[in-house]
Write a protein that binds this ligand. Structure first.
Ligand code: G3P
Ligand code: CA
Length: 233
Protein backbone atom coordinates (compact mmCIF):
# COMPACT_ATOMS: atom_id res chain seq x y z
CA UNK A 1 0.00 0.00 0.00
CA UNK A 2 1.47 3.25 -1.13
CA UNK A 3 1.04 5.35 2.01
CA UNK A 4 2.91 2.64 3.87
CA UNK A 5 5.98 2.64 1.64
CA UNK A 6 7.96 5.30 3.46
CA UNK A 7 9.29 7.80 2.76
CA UNK A 8 6.11 8.85 0.99
CA UNK A 9 6.23 11.77 -1.44
CA UNK A 10 2.76 13.26 -1.84
CA UNK A 11 2.15 15.55 -4.79
CA UNK A 12 0.44 18.60 -3.29
CA UNK A 13 -2.65 19.61 -5.27
CA UNK A 14 -1.07 17.50 -8.00
CA UNK A 15 2.23 19.16 -8.76
CA UNK A 16 1.19 22.68 -7.81
CA UNK A 17 4.62 24.22 -8.33
CA UNK A 18 4.91 22.83 -11.85
CA UNK A 19 1.40 22.86 -13.38
CA UNK A 20 -1.78 24.73 -12.35
CA UNK A 21 -2.87 23.24 -9.03
CA UNK A 22 -5.74 20.75 -8.76
CA UNK A 23 -6.08 20.31 -12.53
CA UNK A 24 -5.86 17.00 -14.37
CA UNK A 25 -2.53 17.97 -16.01
CA UNK A 26 -1.14 18.76 -12.56
CA UNK A 27 -2.07 15.29 -11.29
CA UNK A 28 -0.63 13.72 -14.45
CA UNK A 29 2.63 15.58 -13.89
CA UNK A 30 2.81 14.31 -10.32
CA UNK A 31 2.18 10.74 -11.50
CA UNK A 32 4.93 11.14 -14.11
CA UNK A 33 7.32 12.22 -11.33
CA UNK A 34 6.69 8.90 -9.56
CA UNK A 35 4.90 10.14 -6.45
CA UNK A 36 3.61 7.69 -3.88
CA UNK A 37 0.36 9.64 -3.57
CA UNK A 38 -1.35 12.86 -4.57
CA UNK A 39 -3.33 15.26 -2.41
CA UNK A 40 -6.34 17.30 -3.46
CA UNK A 41 -9.08 19.45 -1.91
CA UNK A 42 -12.80 18.81 -2.41
CA UNK A 43 -16.11 20.63 -2.26
CA UNK A 44 -19.52 18.98 -2.68
CA UNK A 45 -21.50 20.86 -5.29
CA UNK A 46 -24.81 19.77 -6.77
CA UNK A 47 -24.15 16.07 -6.34
CA UNK A 48 -20.55 16.16 -7.53
CA UNK A 49 -17.26 16.28 -5.65
CA UNK A 50 -15.22 19.02 -7.28
CA UNK A 51 -11.49 19.54 -6.82
CA UNK A 52 -10.49 23.07 -5.86
CA UNK A 53 -8.70 24.60 -2.88
CA UNK A 54 -10.15 28.03 -2.12
CA UNK A 55 -13.76 28.79 -1.23
CA UNK A 56 -13.61 31.52 -3.86
CA UNK A 57 -12.77 31.17 -7.53
CA UNK A 58 -10.61 34.21 -8.05
CA UNK A 59 -7.10 32.91 -7.34
CA UNK A 60 -7.15 29.70 -9.34
CA UNK A 61 -9.71 30.29 -12.11
CA UNK A 62 -10.86 33.05 -14.43
CA UNK A 63 -14.10 33.31 -12.46
CA UNK A 64 -15.16 35.32 -9.42
CA UNK A 65 -17.38 34.61 -6.43
CA UNK A 66 -17.71 31.48 -4.34
CA UNK A 67 -17.43 27.85 -5.34
CA UNK A 68 -20.65 27.01 -3.51
CA UNK A 69 -22.44 29.84 -5.35
CA UNK A 70 -21.92 28.10 -8.70
CA UNK A 71 -23.95 25.63 -10.67
CA UNK A 72 -21.99 22.69 -12.00
CA UNK A 73 -22.38 24.17 -15.46
CA UNK A 74 -21.00 27.58 -14.48
CA UNK A 75 -18.11 26.03 -12.52
CA UNK A 76 -17.13 23.72 -15.34
CA UNK A 77 -17.13 26.60 -17.84
CA UNK A 78 -14.24 28.24 -15.96
CA UNK A 79 -10.56 27.96 -16.83
CA UNK A 80 -8.61 26.53 -13.88
CA UNK A 81 -5.31 26.79 -15.78
CA UNK A 82 -4.19 25.98 -19.31
CA UNK A 83 -7.79 25.89 -20.44
CA UNK A 84 -8.60 22.98 -18.12
CA UNK A 85 -11.74 22.96 -15.99
CA UNK A 86 -12.05 22.37 -12.27
CA UNK A 87 -11.99 18.55 -12.25
CA UNK A 88 -14.46 16.17 -10.67
CA UNK A 89 -12.94 13.81 -8.13
CA UNK A 90 -14.16 10.99 -10.32
CA UNK A 91 -11.97 12.22 -13.19
CA UNK A 92 -8.86 12.14 -11.02
CA UNK A 93 -9.66 8.64 -9.77
CA UNK A 94 -10.12 7.48 -13.38
CA UNK A 95 -6.50 8.48 -14.09
CA UNK A 96 -4.96 7.34 -10.82
CA UNK A 97 -2.21 4.83 -11.59
CA UNK A 98 -2.23 1.53 -9.72
CA UNK A 99 -0.12 1.84 -6.60
CA UNK A 100 -0.52 5.61 -6.18
CA UNK A 101 -2.44 6.73 -3.09
CA UNK A 102 -5.06 9.45 -2.97
CA UNK A 103 -5.33 11.91 -0.07
CA UNK A 104 -8.68 13.71 -0.17
CA UNK A 105 -8.87 16.79 2.02
CA UNK A 106 -12.43 17.64 3.08
CA UNK A 107 -12.45 21.38 2.37
CA UNK A 108 -15.96 22.55 1.57
CA UNK A 109 -19.07 22.27 3.77
CA UNK A 110 -20.98 19.01 3.80
CA UNK A 111 -18.30 16.85 2.21
CA UNK A 112 -18.18 14.01 4.78
CA UNK A 113 -21.24 12.09 3.56
CA UNK A 114 -20.59 12.36 -0.19
CA UNK A 115 -16.92 11.47 0.26
CA UNK A 116 -17.86 8.41 2.36
CA UNK A 117 -20.26 7.34 -0.38
CA UNK A 118 -17.62 7.98 -3.02
CA UNK A 119 -14.90 6.04 -1.21
CA UNK A 120 -17.23 3.06 -0.90
CA UNK A 121 -17.55 2.97 -4.69
CA UNK A 122 -13.78 2.61 -5.16
CA UNK A 123 -12.56 0.02 -2.65
CA UNK A 124 -9.33 -0.59 -4.56
CA UNK A 125 -8.07 2.96 -4.16
CA UNK A 126 -5.50 3.57 -1.43
CA UNK A 127 -7.36 6.38 0.36
CA UNK A 128 -6.33 8.81 3.05
CA UNK A 129 -9.05 11.23 4.14
CA UNK A 130 -7.94 14.37 5.96
CA UNK A 131 -9.26 17.72 7.13
CA UNK A 132 -8.55 20.71 9.33
CA UNK A 133 -12.26 20.44 10.16
CA UNK A 134 -12.09 17.68 12.75
CA UNK A 135 -15.88 17.63 13.16
CA UNK A 136 -16.22 16.90 9.44
CA UNK A 137 -13.65 14.14 9.81
CA UNK A 138 -15.62 12.68 12.73
CA UNK A 139 -18.71 12.75 10.53
CA UNK A 140 -16.77 10.86 7.86
CA UNK A 141 -15.47 8.35 10.43
CA UNK A 142 -19.02 7.69 11.68
CA UNK A 143 -19.96 6.73 8.12
CA UNK A 144 -16.77 4.84 7.25
CA UNK A 145 -15.07 2.98 10.07
CA UNK A 146 -12.38 1.39 7.88
CA UNK A 147 -10.69 3.97 5.68
CA UNK A 148 -7.60 5.77 6.85
CA UNK A 149 -8.11 9.25 8.24
CA UNK A 150 -5.69 11.97 9.30
CA UNK A 151 -6.59 15.16 11.16
CA UNK A 152 -4.67 18.18 9.88
CA UNK A 153 -2.93 20.55 12.29
CA UNK A 154 -1.42 23.85 11.22
CA UNK A 155 -0.22 24.51 14.78
CA UNK A 156 0.48 22.21 17.69
CA UNK A 157 -2.30 23.23 20.06
CA UNK A 158 -5.08 21.57 21.95
CA UNK A 159 -4.54 17.83 22.34
CA UNK A 160 -3.74 16.38 18.91
CA UNK A 161 -3.27 12.89 20.36
CA UNK A 162 -6.76 12.96 21.82
CA UNK A 163 -8.17 14.21 18.52
CA UNK A 164 -6.35 11.46 16.64
CA UNK A 165 -7.53 8.78 19.06
CA UNK A 166 -11.16 9.94 18.89
CA UNK A 167 -11.00 9.62 15.10
CA UNK A 168 -9.19 6.27 15.15
CA UNK A 169 -6.71 8.13 12.96
CA UNK A 170 -4.03 6.35 11.00
CA UNK A 171 -1.85 9.44 10.67
CA UNK A 172 -1.58 13.07 11.70
CA UNK A 173 -0.86 15.58 8.96
CA UNK A 174 1.20 18.51 10.20
CA UNK A 175 2.48 21.83 8.93
CA UNK A 176 6.25 22.18 8.99
CA UNK A 177 6.01 24.45 12.03
CA UNK A 178 3.89 21.87 13.90
CA UNK A 179 6.25 19.02 13.00
CA UNK A 180 8.73 19.39 15.84
CA UNK A 181 11.00 16.34 16.24
CA UNK A 182 9.42 15.45 19.59
CA UNK A 183 5.98 15.33 17.98
CA UNK A 184 7.24 13.16 15.11
CA UNK A 185 8.83 10.82 17.63
CA UNK A 186 5.77 10.71 19.89
CA UNK A 187 3.52 9.98 16.92
CA UNK A 188 5.67 7.01 16.00
CA UNK A 189 5.53 5.72 19.58
CA UNK A 190 1.73 5.90 19.36
CA UNK A 191 1.67 4.01 16.08
CA UNK A 192 0.67 7.09 14.08
CA UNK A 193 2.27 8.11 10.78
CA UNK A 194 3.12 11.75 10.11
CA UNK A 195 2.83 13.57 6.80
CA UNK A 196 4.22 17.11 6.71
CA UNK A 197 3.14 19.99 4.44
CA UNK A 198 4.27 21.83 2.36
CA UNK A 199 7.91 20.94 1.81
CA UNK A 200 9.53 22.31 -1.33
CA UNK A 201 13.12 22.18 -0.22
CA UNK A 202 15.00 18.88 -0.39
CA UNK A 203 17.16 19.56 2.67
CA UNK A 204 14.08 20.25 4.78
CA UNK A 205 12.41 17.10 3.46
CA UNK A 206 15.49 15.03 4.30
CA UNK A 207 15.65 16.49 7.80
CA UNK A 208 11.97 15.75 8.46
CA UNK A 209 12.33 12.16 7.25
CA UNK A 210 15.45 11.75 9.40
CA UNK A 211 13.49 13.07 12.37
CA UNK A 212 10.80 10.45 11.84
CA UNK A 213 8.22 11.88 9.42
CA UNK A 214 6.56 9.24 7.26
CA UNK A 215 6.27 11.51 4.26
CA UNK A 216 5.98 15.02 2.91
CA UNK A 217 3.61 16.97 0.70
CA UNK A 218 5.40 18.88 -2.02
CA UNK A 219 4.52 21.23 -4.85
CA UNK A 220 7.68 20.03 -6.63
CA UNK A 221 7.63 16.23 -6.92
CA UNK A 222 10.33 16.56 -9.58
CA UNK A 223 12.90 17.70 -7.01
CA UNK A 224 11.59 15.87 -3.93
CA UNK A 225 11.46 12.18 -4.80
CA UNK A 226 11.47 9.04 -2.67
CA UNK A 227 14.91 8.17 -4.10
CA UNK A 228 16.28 11.60 -3.09
CA UNK A 229 14.94 10.94 0.41
CA UNK A 230 16.78 7.63 0.62
CA UNK A 231 13.82 5.46 -0.29
CA UNK A 232 13.54 2.79 -2.97
CA UNK A 233 12.50 5.33 -5.62
O1 G3P B 1 -3.05 18.49 3.33
C1 G3P B 1 -1.92 19.29 3.38
C2 G3P B 1 -2.20 20.69 2.91
O2 G3P B 1 -2.83 20.61 1.66
C3 G3P B 1 -3.06 21.45 3.86
O3 G3P B 1 -3.10 22.82 3.59
O4 G3P B 1 -4.06 24.87 2.67
O5 G3P B 1 -2.68 23.43 1.23
O6 G3P B 1 -4.97 22.72 1.91
P1 G3P B 1 -3.73 23.48 2.29
CA1 CA C 1 -5.01 20.63 0.88
Amino acid sequence: MTFERAPVVIGHRGAAGLVAENTLPSFRRAFACGVGAVELDVYALAGQLVVIHDETLDRTTDGTGTVMGQTLESLRALDAGGGWPVPYLEEVVAELPAGVGLNVELKGPGTAAPVADFVARFPDVDWLISSFDHAALADFRARDTASRVAPLFSRWRGDPWRTAAALSAWAVNLSVRAAAPEHLRAARERGLRTFVYTVNDLDTARRLIDEGATGVFTDYPDRITAAALGGPG
